[in-house]
Design a protein around this ligand. Sequence first.
Ligand SMILES: Nc1ncnc2c1ncn2[C@@H]1O[C@H](COP(=O)(O)OP(=O)(O)OP(=O)(O)O)[C@@H](O)[C@H]1O
Length: 262
Amino acid sequence: MGMETKNLQVKYGDKVVLKDANFKVNNGEIVTIIGPNGSGKTTLIKALSRCIKSHSGDIYLDGKDIYQIPTKKIAREVAILPQVKNVSADVTIENLVSYGRYPHLGFGKRIKKDDRDIIHWAIEKTGLIKLRDRYIATLSGGERQRAWIAMALAQKPKILILDEPTTYLDISYQLEVLELVKELNESLGITVIMVLHDLNQAARYSDNIYVLRDGQICECGKPNNILQTKMLKDVFRIEAHIYQDEINDCPYFIPHKLKDSE
Ligand SMILES: Nc1ncnc2c1ncn2[C@@H]1O[C@H](COP(=O)(O)OP(=O)(O)OP(=O)(O)O)[C@@H](O)[C@H]1O
């Protein structure tokens, strides 16, 4: 399943924070949105998942206007993992993952055998079987992030949207989460849209990258075309050297100083 926006505009009050955004993710792709703080990344993914209403322009889910699709159907097709996630102290991994089934429950809202099988599958797929009865509050950052991904997975979504899934994680957990996302994309064909601050990870894990600057998409394309010295200078204000990672077949950069002020 894919998504597309045409000339999308989002405002908070009178302030335009997303202008003429033309964004596209095809079925089965991983697309990452990058950009400096406050450039509109979270706003774009909130609009895509219908958490906030756009001011003008269109959003399509597999060619259909998302405002014409029933909310429950969107909740079944699109799972979003927001940046800030709160859950009460007495919720276990298994409880949390079961919430992912809610958009699918029929009359009476009772969890049935099929739902329990899917909850088990999501917990297994994210490597949390041994921890299934642990309270979310007692987990490490990496385990907690996997638990939230398991909840999203229990939705059986066709599109997974992740807002900075690696924030506050150490490097091994960052890789663990991104490897899990990639594995879910490859093995289940889930389309992934994510926001990342680490540009080298964006280059490594994405089919396509969108660059936001001051609420506008200024570039989009394959990692090799996006990770360029000019983009790093113009958008992120750094001077950097670009190299090729032969092992992972992607570009990476090393920043060496802030751009000289003009
Ligand atoms: N609820 C809101 N009300 C008013 N302004 C908002 C609101 N949410 C975001 N903004 C503003 O919209 C702009 C874009 O914010 P957004 O969170 O989309 O940026 P971002 O690129 O995700 O930032 P970051 O990298 O810091 O998370 C910012 O100027 C922000 O202050």
